[in-house]
Every structure is written in C-alpha cells, then in structure tokens.
Design a protein around this ligand. Structure first.
Ligand code: HEM
Length: 462
C-alpha cells in the first residue's frame, strides 16, 4: 500500500488536485491509517475514512440527516435560484437529499418502477445498445489513426440513453436533448461555474422541468409500460400519496441518477481492466467472468469519493465526538481500500469472497436504488466489449489519464483505445491470472449475440 505524508494527503484530498484524481489511493491510505476521523477546515466538515466508520455513518439515520447532502457545497447566485425555483434549486424532492418519512414515500414510488421484472425487461435493450455501439466503435477504430478513438464518447456515454429511455418512457427522438439537460444538471450541481454559466444551466433546467412535467401529463392520459406510469398507478391505487411536483421531481431525479453515472463507471472499469495485466484477456477467454471483474474494478476505481451527511445528535464515530450541525464526509473511496475489509486492497482480485460488498453504490437507507439496473448495463457493456473487441487496448498518450475536476466525482476526461494488430503479441498474463495460455480470438466472424445472461455467480448473490 503506497502512502504519502499526512499533510500532503489532506491537501490532495481536500483540493481534489490532478495528482489526487489520477491516483487517489496513496492519499486515501494515509488519511485512513494516520487520521481516520479528522476535521477539515478547508471542507468545513469531518472526514471519516475507515470502512466500519463510513458504513456506520451511511446506515445511521437516527444521528445523521441527508437533507442538504447534495447541496451543501453549492454556491448558487440568487438570480440562479430564482430561475430554477427555490425548492427545485435545493433539490427538495431528490431522494438522496431527503430523510424519512419523505424519503421513504418517494423511494417506495420509485421502487414501483424499478422492480426486478422491469430491470430484467431492460436487459435486451442494454445488450442491443452495447452491441451496436461496440460494432460502430470497431469500425471507427479501423478508420482512426494512432490516436485511436475515445471510448467515453463513442461507447460509454451513449450506452445508457436507450435503456433509460425505455425505463422512463422517453421518446427516442428526445434522448439527445434530455442527455444535454442532464449534462447541465451535473454542471450546475457538481462544478464551480461563473454566474453566467450558472444562469445558462438554470434556464436549461427550467426547460428540462417543463419537459418532464409534460411527459408525466402525457402518461396520466395514456398509461404505458414504463416507470412514470408505474409511479402514477401507485398513487391511483392508494399505495402512497405524491403531489404533482413530487412526481415530476422524482422522475427528473431518476433520469439524472441513471444517465451519467453508468457512463463514468463503464469508462473506469474498462480502464482498470485494460491496464491490469491479464485481466482483459481473462474475460476474452471467459466472458461469464465479467460480473466479479466489474465489481472489483468499481471498488478499485470508484466514481465518487464521499457521501455528505449532517449530524443531528451528539454521536461518537471512531471514538471522536461529533456535534449536531456538523457536516461529515463519509469517504467511501477510502473505505473500499481498507485492508480491514478487503485483504490486499490495492490488488485486482475478482475472486475475493466479498467482491460485491464495496460502497460504490452507497449503503443504508440511501443505497443506490438503480444499482440492479446499473449492474445489468455494466455487465452487458463489458460482455459486448470483450466479445466484439477482444484485442482492445489503451492508447498511451503520455501515460497519465486526465480526470474532470469535480468536488466529489472522479470522471475520466476521455479514454483513448485502439485494437491490437493481429501480428502483435498478446499482453502477458498477470500473476493473479495465470490460468493457462490465452490468446485473443479472431476479431471476425462475430459470435451470435447471446445477450449477457446472468452467470451462476450473480444468481447466487442475488
Ligand atoms: C454505476 C452506476 C451508479 C453508481 C456508481 C451510483 C451511485 C450511487 C450512490 C453512491 C448513491 C447513494 C448516495 C448517498 O448515499 O447519498 C446513489 C443513489 C441513487 N441512485 Fe445511483 N448510482 C448508479 C446508477 C444509478 C442508476 C442507473 C439510477 C437510476 C436508474 C440511479 C439512481 C439513483 C437514485 C434515485 C438514488 C437515490 C437513492 C436514495 O436516496 O434513496 N443510480 N447512487
């Protein structure tokens, strides 16, 4: 486990500087071992980093509130708030920003549309989306020069659109526009913008709100087989009460939650697989191994750093007394590298028993409600990538991958890839992957699409 000096680790973590974004593990190891619960003046919050402590914070709804967790570091100008509307700017009905009983009510409504049956129905869409994008990317790579193509824009980002479209009931023609609005949402809530930039995003978010409002009205008139109609049915059947505003907001929330996160995750997982000796070749040989491989890559790479909570009653975490009103950053990234939970945490080891027990999808009452769908999308994405592009490899442009600077998210700026020429040697097997000789199968002909059925491994764990 590489570590750096504690002072440097705190500075790196608090500033999310490029060195930290490129390789956060050494700083996170230092924080967790030398200062597992400390108050950061720069963040105005406690920073908690051991697996047991982070899990305790995430699960404890008695002593912590999630209200304000998504907006605590936000500095919106007054005219921007006026443009978006005060309640909407404060994300009053966004699930991760609420507590019970409001949270329980909103979450049970979303759960109506995200049943195991609904998720299973989307597997075919995810497979088709992944396959057609992988085939198109293979053509683009053939035509591209030595810089290869950007997997993020040509595969990871467009992948989730059709799936979310089918889930929510978004007309296909609207996907591009909705994706742009979701991009504006992320810009406004995740990045530091000038007042003009904030205002431009705020105007687009108003348009997004009007669009979702009209869509909800449409499914009120003509119910269909989609999440909006399922949520509305729950209201008419008296399962829960929701105002029209709440329905619009939770639909907007699910769209936001499902579009960009999956893209970041696909890019991060692919990077980790391609840069870990033997990992990609193992999946080419046996694509049914994609599920544990994805979980392990997510644990190692993550897509966000921490969840924010506010203390509501005096509580001890890791022996330190936290007082009401104080903020806490529960650093799931550090927790997922804690050797107390994951043996040899920096090693890529998809066979580890607790490979799924990471905190990438959160924990406790706010655990990602879209995680089962995200897992299907990732499985289909990786299954199609290893099948259609077995010779995929990274284009090394100076050896360092750049990440977008966001306070809490780790998102690759781009991921340039190409396909190994048939004459070049396959990558050497890694020490933890020594499972006999492996070589890349020929790029053509393609096997018949088989979808990406759940492996026995996933069925076991549910
Ligand atoms: C790899 C992809 C994804 C990752 C890494 C991810 C991560 C997370 C995390 C960490 C949380 C908990 C936040 C907290 O505790 O404050 C969360 C919540 C949430 N996610 Fe995801 N997510 C992903 C995909 C999705 C998808 C596909 C959807 C929608 C279909 C979705 C919708 C939501 C919603 C609505 C919540 C709020 C849950 C609540 O507060 O009860 N996410 N997600």
């Amino acid at each position: 486990m590489d570590r750096i000096a504690l002072g440097d680790a705190k500075t790196q973590f608090e500033s999310r500087c490029p060195a930290f974004l490129a390789d956060p593990a050494p700083a996170l190891h230092s924080l967790r071992t030398a200062s597992p619960v400390y108050f950061s003046d720069a963040l105005g919050a406690w920073v908690v980093s051991r697996a047991a402590d982070v899990t305790e914070v995430l699960r404890d709804r008695r002593n912590f509130t999630s209200v304000g967790s998504m907006t605590s570091r936000l500095q919106l100008e007054p005219d921007v708030i006026a443009e978006v509307g005060e309640d909407r700017a404060g994300l009053r009905n966004f699930l991760a920003n609420t507590d019970a009983p409001r949270h329980t009510r909103l979450r049970s409504a979303v759960a109506r549309g995200l049943t195991p049956r609904a998720v299973a129905r989307l597997e075919g869409v995810a497979t088709a989306s992944a396959r057609s994008l992988a085939l198109r990317m293979r053509e683009s790579i053939r035509a591209a020069g030595p810089r290869g193509v950007d997997l993020k824009t040509s595969f990871a980002s467009p992948l989730a659109g059709p799936v979310m479209g089918e889930l929510i009931g978004l007309p296909g023609d609207d996907l591009e526009l909705v994706t742009q609005w979701v991009g504006d949402w992320f810009s406004l809530y995740r990045y530091r913008l000038t007042r003009e930039e904030q205002l431009a995003c705020a105007r687009n978010l108003r348009a997004y709100d009007s669009y979702v409002t009209a869509l909800v009205q449409r499914y009120e008139r003509e119910p269909g087989d989609n999440l909006i109609s399922d949520v509305l049915r729950g209201v008419t059947e008296g399962q829960y009460e929701l105002s029209h505003r709440e329905i619009v907001d939770i639909v907007a929330n699910v769209i936001v939650g499902g579009l960009h996160t999956t893209a970041s995750a696909v890019a991060a997982v692919t990077l980790r697989l391609l840069s870990t000796s033997g990992a990609w070749a193992d999946l080419v040989t046996d694509p049914t191994g994609v599920e544990p491989a994805i979980e392990e890559c997510l644990r190692l790479e993550g897509v966000s750093f921490a969840a924010v909570r506010t203390v509501t009653r005096p509580v001890r975490i890791g022996g330190v007394l936290l007082r009401p009103g104080e903020k806490v950053h529960a650093v799931s990234r550090a927790a997922d590298l804690d050797p107390a939970k994951f043996q040899e945490p920096d090693e890529y080891r998809p066979s580890r028993e607790n490979v799924r027990r990471h905190l990438v999808y959160g924990n406790g009452p706010h655990t990602c409600i879209g995680a089962p769908l995200a897992r299907v999308e990732l499985r289909c994405a990786l299954h199609e990538l290893v099948t259609v592009l077995p010779g995929l490899e990274l284009v090394e442009l100076g050896g360092v991958h750049e990440y977008l600077a966001s306070p809490n998210h780790r998102q690759l700026r781009e991921l340039r890839v190409t396909v190994r020429s048939p004459n070049s040697a396959p990558p050497p097997p890694g020490p933890s992957h020594a499972r006999g000789a492996r070589s890349s199968p020929p790029a053509t002909p393609l096997p018949t699409p088989v979808g990406c059925q759940k492996s026995a491994w996933a069925r076991e764990l549910g």
